[in-house]
Design a protein around this ligand. Structure first.
Ligand code: M6R
Length: 610
């Protein structure tokens, strides 16, 4: 996945605006970056391997001339991170520059044809075919827009592209299966992978649909739709949406890292999400109620939210759901199983390709698609029959934190609503459950306020440890797995999240004196059996760290370290508060080891490759 931006201003230099926009897109990829501008009919490009600030320090992006330009921040797919593979890419005559997010699946054949026609390639990327194809098309089409249209009809795969030509007055952008939004400002017009890129300039946005092509000048964004033959049909003017996000929401707000800011934002994110309209929730629950099978599809942290949902749906709504990891989705579910199946796809970005592919597969088999996502206008929302939005606001840190809490809250609300329909909950009981759920924003506020410094100390105490187990039972298995994922992805510490009961069937062989084990131990019906697992590990010399109720003196005494949490208003929703110490532990483990938690190596915020 990559971040792209294009901007046309009426006057003044655009380069520093593009650079700052790219900074706000850096969460989408950060192994190389580049900017191209045009001034007086000449194309100027600066690009290199590395993060934007480092490249800027070396090359000074801001000296690029001209009031029109494009920029790119890359997460490598085809060709390793390097200067030549960094975008923008150009044609042979250096008259066209292109930035691209997505994957061109037929690039090899296209490249061979272009090479046979005499085109010279500099990079190993799939993207570079695009400027050369536009160059070819311009030999027989009158306008850049038509040349782009002719080109994209030949592309297989996914793309959001912005094309800059040397006439210096226009940009052309287009999308298929990769996000692209238009921003309409007073100084000029923008297009980008995501709204924060142009948020300081404008809040007026238009989300593009697949197969739309937009011609941008400093005061217009003319939209067309392309058909299979490459013909462009003009689209009527679409009213822009005014996004409510402030630039402050999209930036660090005084915290050293986005991740810490986003952990602290969870009480707010949770209360906003819990304001979900009753009717919307019931309409969603009704679809689930009317289907024989309920299948969840999700990846990573979102998958852990669906694991927790399995317990909530079973205990609160008397409904069994089947949880499928997105990347396994199309291989797991047989073709005959689509009908009578409601698919609940959970994805914060709405762009995870594994999730999109699995959903597409199931949709083709006749399943009804529901989705819970944080991203308005994302690809999943166009595939789904019904959408529920979490209200986390933009999550920039690569590690999912506040979006996880809001997914849990939405799934919890849904299970209560469904429970009323199935008859598993009386109206009074479901009201009590909603009241319990509504206590969680204050509860997690208290956890953050009271526990953060102790968790930092704990992280310091275990700084030399390179292996951890995270164990839980029942719904807490999902919390344990989420804790292990967090510390792996940002602190680069090996950790296994496992069902505590299952740990004695193999993993226990790894335990030797001093081995740290984090037990997720809320006071629910799993607590008694969990104690046996604690004792088994303790007997082998493990260091026991318990996340448990402040009233659980017995476990506190058994543990080497305990992180006591407030009593739960409902045992069904424990992941919402019990994950907080694990997020903070991972954050401080990363900081103390000298790693940047916002941009862990090898990862990207949304994974748009299979
Ligand atoms: O955008 P999605 O929720 O579909 O993303 C799924 C995973 O890629 C994501 O949760 C990933 O595991 C995070 N980096 C975890 O912190």
């Amino acid at each position: 996945m990559c971040g792209i931006i294009g901007a046309v201003h009426m006057k003044g230099n655009i380069a520093s605006i593009l650079r700052q926009s790219l900074k706000r897109l850096e969460y989408r990829g950060y192994d190389s970056s580049g900017i191209a501008t045009v001034s007086e009919g000449t194309l100027f490009i600066k690009k290199d391997k590395g993060k934007i600030d480092d490249i800027h320090h070396r090359l000074n992006f801001d000296t690029l001339p001209g009031s029109i330009g494009i920029g790119h921040t890359r997460w490598a797919t085809h060709g390793p991170p390097s200067k030549v593979n960094a975008h923008p890419h150009t044609d042979c005559q250096k008259r066209i520059a292109v930035v691209h997010n997505g994957i061109i699946e037929n690039y090899q054949e296209l490249r061979e044809q272009l090479q046979a026609n005499g085109h010279r390639f500099e990079s190993q990327t799939d993207t570079e075919v695009i400027p050369h194809m536009i160059e070819e098309a311009l030999s027989h089409t009158p306008t850049l827009k038509e040349a782009v249209a002719e080109t994209i009809t030949q592309l297989e795969g996914s793309y959001a592209i912005v094309v800059l030509g040397t006439n210096g007055k226009e940009l052309v952008c287009a999308r298929k299966e990769s996000p692209l939004v238009i921003g309409l400002g007073t100084q000029g017009v923008y297009c980008a992978s995501d709204v924060p890129a142009f948020l300081p300039m404008t809040r007026k946005t238009i989300v593009l649909e697949d197969h739309e092509v937009v011609h941008l000048t400093s005061n217009s964004a003319l939209m067309s739709r392309i058909d299979d033959t490459g013909s462009l049909a003009p689209l009527p003017i679409r009213e822009p949406t005014v996004v409510k996000w402030t630039i402050d929401m999209a930036q660090k707000g005084g915290y050293p890292h986005f991740m810490l800011k986003e952990i602290h934002e969870q009480p707010r994110a949770l209360s906003d999400t819990l304001r979900i309209r009753k009717n919307d929730l019931e309409a969603f629950a009704e679809v689930l109620h009317n289907h024989k099978n309920i299948l969840t599809i999700a990846a990573g942290t979102s998958f852990h939210a669906t694991m927790a949902a399995k317990y909530m749906f079973s205990h609160i709504a008397d409904r069994l759901i089947h949880g499928v990891i997105a990347s396994e989705g199309s291989d797991t579910v047989a073709e005959s199983l689509g009908k009578d199946t409601a698919v609940l796809a959970v994805t914060q970005s709405g762009e995870t390709i594994d999730t999109l592919h699995a959903v597409k597969h199931l949709k083709n088999q006749g399943a009804t698609i529901l989705t819970i996502t944080n991203t308005v206008g994302s690809s999943i929302t166009r595939m789904a029959d019904s959408v529920l939005y979490t209200q986390a606001g933009p999550e920039i840190g690569v590690a999912a934190t506040k979006t996880y809490a809001t997914q849990l809250a939405t799934l919890a609300s849904l299970s209560i609503s469904l429970g009323t329909m199935t008859g598993a909950q009386t109206d009074k009981e479901s009201q009590e459950l909603f009241m319990a759920l509504n206590q969680f924003p204050n509860l997690i506020q208290a956890v953050i306020r009271n526990q953060e410094s102790q968790i930092k100390e704990t992280a310091q105490q275990y700084i030399t440890k390179s292996n951890f187990f995270f164990l839980g039972r029942g719904i807490s298995t999902s919390t344990a797995m989420e804790g292990a994922l967090k510390i792996k992805e940002i602190a680069y510490v090996h950790a296994e999240g496992y069902p505590a009961g299952e740990s004695k069937h193999g993993p226990i062989a790894l335990v030797e004196p001093g081995f740290p084990i984090i037990f997720v131990a809320p006071n629910d019906n799993t607590r008694r059996h969990l104690e046996s697992n604690v004792m088994e590990m303790k007997a082998r010399g493990a260091q026991i760290i318990s996340i448990c109720s402040a009233t659980d003196q017995r476990l506190i005494d058994l543990s080497h370290h305990a992180i006591p949490l407030p009593e739960l208003p409902s045992k069904f929703f424990s992941p919402i508060s019990y994950v907080i110490p694990l997020q903070l532990l991972a954050y401080y483990a990363a900081i103390l080891r000298g790693h940047d938690p916002d941009q862990p190596r090898n990862l990207a915020k949304s994974v748009t490759v299979l």
